[in-house]
Ligand binder design. Structure first.
Ligand code: FES
Ligand code: FES
Length: 165
């Protein structure tokens, strides 16, 4: 029996028929919606390569059943930039060399966007490392990643201060 779900993905409404109710959000994004930016690492919730935002919260898309997300708003790495203008977290990753092979990078960036939105990382690198600990980088680019998150978080806080002024 096929099940139809509707999602908003990167701002666009998408309706998908699921032949198998066990299909994960990760496979739906990569194989059905042609959004391969979200990476499949472990496929079992241990590496964070598949991190996306669902209704603004970061999740491992390999552990999420697409069928349970009818009506949800999903943001993937493809949805972050505004035209040719990179999202501040993407720009900070480039500025701080926050990737080497880059395989984990989409998940790291989505996780960073999520944790900055959660607003409880502060400016403590150790706290940021802890909050990003679900995202594994085999190249060990952690120093650059932490610096990028700190930088993007500061930019975000500054822009909030300007908005409030
Ligand atoms: S692929 Fe989802 S956590 Fe590794
Ligand atoms: S940059 Fe290669 S796994 Fe992180």
């Amino acid at each position: 029996m096929s099940l139809s779900i509707s999602l908003t993905v990167n701002g666009l409404p998408r309706t998908v028929a699921l032949d198998d109710p066990r299909v994960t959000l990760l496979d739906l994004l990569r194989e059905r919606l042609d959004l391969p930016g979200t990476k499949k690492g472990c496929d079992r919730g241990q590496c964070g390569a598949c991190t996306v935002l669902v209704d603004g919260r970061r999740i491992n898309s390999c552990l999420s059943l697409a069928a349970s997300l009818d009506g949800a708003e999903v943001t993937t790495i493809e949805g972050l930039a505004d035209g040719d203008t990179l999202h501040p977290v993407q720009a900070a990753f480039i500025a701080h060399d926050g990737f080497q092979c880059g395989y984990c990078t989409p998940g790291q960036i989505m996780s960073a966007v999520g944790l900055i939105a959660e607003g409880h990382a502060g400016d403590d690198p150790e706290r940021i490392r802890e909050l990003m600990s679900g995202n594994i980088c085999r190249c060990g680019a952690y120093q650059g990643i932490t610096e990028a998150v700190l930088d993007a978080q500061k930019t975000n806080a500054d822009s909030h201060r300007k908005d409030a002024a």
